[in-house]
Design a protein around this ligand. Structure first.
Ligand SMILES: [Fe+2]
Length: 309
């Protein structure tokens, strides 16, 4: 059996490192358990950001979280990017390296977004093979995050939790469970987020993300610009029970408040770590096959049609 969290430690409650907080952190040395950096913010930097990162990495555990791997694209893997990522890891000595189950462009063009993949056997084989190559190159497990999404594909044949389960087991990688993303996608695509939590492979979850989002009435957008809402905290409570506790990080990327506000937000997670069990929500029968919705996108390229035409 795979070890809990793939053998990685529970770092506690962390905060995403953002430029707006550099001075506060350096001067006040807040009692934060750990920091997550966006790898791309530091990958080519040799100036002040890199100096700040070195100061912080001396004092706090650091995790590297990327947005450019594009594990789902049909373009070849970018080994120049991977080499630079590996060099950053050699300098920072992160506890682990994560990215997203997504694609960020095709035909050499960058869509500047984390786009969802069709959830089917063909994509699964493609992604598993690429994860194995990346893990061999980086010489460590890759931790992949469930994305928030706004479209589904007509070619999808399985649920996201089934895809993540098979991907993690076949590629022998870890998962970053973004509880807010589960909630956002569950509303946008009308699935049960509790069923999602019950069915992901809990021992492979290395880390959780929490964040706020924006309610646009017809859909939710993963804006990372607000407090975490109560339904997401309740899902986090269940995730904590199911995983036995994993490193938890708050993402706040727009309308960023002062550091103590962000830190206080993640510390709320302590209130949801009780051993008290929630009513069982396990599905009595296997989930039904996924039926693409009437407005499902026919093909991933339709998402970036304007850029590739
Ligand atoms: Fe996230």
């Amino acid at each position: 059996m795979v070890p809990q969290r793939l053998g990685y430690e529970n770092l506690g409650l962390g905060v995403g490192l953002r430029t707006a907080h550099f001075n506060y952190i350096l001067e006040e040395k807040p009692a934060v358990d750990w920091f997550e950096i966006i790898s791309e913010n530091f990958i080519d930097s040799q100036g002040r950001p890199r100096w700040v990162l070195e100061q912080i990495a001396e004092r706090y555990p650091v995790v590297m979280h990327g947005v450019s791997l594009s594990i789902g694209t049909t373009d070849p893997l970018n080994f120049d990017y991977l080499a630079r990522l590996k060099r950053l890891a050699e300098a920072v000595q992160p506890r682990w390296i994560s990215d997203h189950l997504c694609w960020t462009g095709v035909l050499g063009l960058n869509a500047h977004d984390l786009l969802p993949v069709p959830l089917n056997e063909e994509t699964l084989r493609h992604v598993v093979e690429r994860i194995r190559v990346v893990q061999d190159f980086l010489e460590r497990p890759l931790i992949l995050e469930n994305p928030s999404s706004y479209v589904t594909f007509a070619s999808s044949t399985m649920s996201e939790w089934e895809f993540l389960t098979r991907m993690a087991e076949e590629a022998d990688c870890g998962l970053l469970l973004d509880v807010n993303n589960v909630y956002v996608s569950s509303v946008n695509h009308d699935f049960d987020p509790w069923e999602y939590l019950e069915n992901v492979p809990h021992r492979r979850i290395v880390q959780c993300h929490l964040a706020g989002h924006t309610n646009r009435e017809t859909h939710l957008i993963d804006t990372h610009d607000n407090h975490v809402i109560d339904p997401v905290w309740e899902l986090y409570r269940r995730a904590h029970q199911l995983t036995g506790g994993v490193s938890t990080l708050l993402e706040w990327d727009a309308k960023i408040p002062p550091f103590p506000v962000v830190h206080a937000e993640v510390l709320k997670a302590r209130q949801y770590m009780s051993a008290e069990d929630l009513p069982a929500r396990r599905p009595a029968t296997p989930p039904p096959p996924i039926q693409p919705s009437a407005d499902a996108v026919p093909h991933p390229l339709h998402l970036v049609a304007a850029e590739v035409q």
